[in-house]
Design a protein around this ligand. Structure first.
Ligand code: FA5
Length: 348
């Protein structure tokens, strides 16, 4: 083989080697004592002086190149075999498996359900995508009524909702429910009193966020209807609920308020357990945190559900679960619940 032929063949053969033994055979073939390149170098002495010089330089250069290629390929074999060893290294320490756990909102939701169940309330469910009828009209909030402004609404696009309207209702617009109160109507349409239910669920509001407001949060609706239910029953139920949830008596206060679907309407505040009433960012320096709206079911709501308001009376409430979780777990900002920050979640 002359130098040109060696240059053509040797690199390909080195690359094609599968192991160190085959590589050694190639080295001997070209660079060994009787190898092709060694033989070519031996012929140098037969050449004329100037030719000997240039061929000699080329031959030495080729020799260096082949040695580098052989070394490189040998290193590749070493790397491959050490990788292989790592995968079967039985002395390597095991990987720690982290156990997941429930989100604080799931925890408090389960606890609340359990407490209300122990007081005889049945747990119901309703859709998160709601019709305008159930979210507003049936709750005594007619179109264009200013009370609709109390609930900043995510409306769903009209053209996507065609033909989904319940034919008997006076509206077909769909929205993300702004509260769990629509389930009051849905439940009463298909059940006869007396009954007492709670409806835990997710609600949505198109509003600015701050330490105590989110655009997506959880409520628990309550509805108790019979011939004699009164606000005194409501007060007892709510106080018992908080006592069990917080494992101690907490101060609550009832304030007159307005909701179109109750009369009279009230709002319930709980004394801020984070600052013990001194004032902080959660309670907006007031010492109290508003946790629910409530009241006696409005006669128009009973009528929408085809009950005779002269026969029945009841209380309803809608409590913000996130805010109660903030009080119970001493959480300064509602947005932490939805941040997905594991440093926060892992504390519970
Ligand atoms: C209502 O949603 C009424 N449906 C409650 C009701 C039910 C009244 C039955 C009468 C009878 P309100 O908008 O106030 O009311 O919300 C109820 C509770 O949800 C509030 O007290 C508060 O605890 C919580 N809440 C309201 N907005 C937010 C928000 N953006 N982020 C977190 N929690 C909120």
């Amino acid at each position: 083989m002359n130098l040109e032929e060696i240059k053509q063949c040797a690199p390909g053969e080195i690359k094609a080697c599968k192991d160190a033994k085959a590589l050694e055979a190639i080295r001997v073939k070209y660079l060994g004592r009787k190898g092709e390149l060694t033989a070519a170098l031996r012929t140098l002495k037969d050449l004329s002086q100037p030719k000997r010089r240039s061929v000699g330089q080329r031959a030495n250069k080729l020799k260096n190149e082949l040695e580098l290629l052989l070394e490189g390929r040998l290193r590749e074999f070493a790397r491959e075999s050490s990788q292989y060893k790592e995968t079967i290294d039985i002395t390597a320490p095991g990987k720690r498996v982290r156990l997941g756990h429930l989100h604080p909102l799931t925890k408090i939701g389960r606890e609340a359900k359990q407490i209300f169940s122990s007081m005889g309330f049945a747990v119901m469910d309703g859709p998160e995508i709601e019709t305008e009828y159930y979210n507003f009209d049936a709750l005594n909030i007619p179109p264009n009524h200013p009370a609709r402004d109390l609930w900043d609404t995510f409306w769903l696009r009209q053209n996507e909702t065609k033909n989904q309207r319940p034919k008997t209702k006076n509206t077909e617009r769909l929205l993300l429910r702004t509260h769990t109160s629509p389930v009051q109507i849905r439940y009463m349409e298909t059940h006869e009193p007396p009954f007492q239910i709670i409806v835990p669920g997710r609600v949505f509001r198109y509003e600015a966020t701050d330490a105590s407001h989110e655009i997506n949060f959880y409520q628990i609706e309550g509805l108790m209807v019979s011939k004699t239910v009164s606000l005194a029953n409501f007060k007892y139920v709510v106080e018992s609920f908080f006592k069990q949830l917080f494992n101690r008596a907490v101060n609550i206060r009832l304030r007159p308020s307005y909701f179109p679907f109750v009369e009279p309407g009230i709002e319930v505040d709980v004394s801020c357990t984070r600052c013990s009433g001194w004032g902080c960012s959660i309670c907006k320096q007031t010492g109290w945190l508003e946790v629910m709206g409530a009241g006696m079911v409005h006669p128009h709501v009973f009528e929408a559900a085809h009950y005779n308001p002269r026969d029945w009376q009841g209380f309803a409430f809608g409590m913000g679960l996130d805010r109660i979780a903030m009080l119970k777990y001493n959480i300064p900002d509602i947005r932490l619940f939805y941040s997905g920050d594991l440093r926060f979640i892992r504390q519970f």
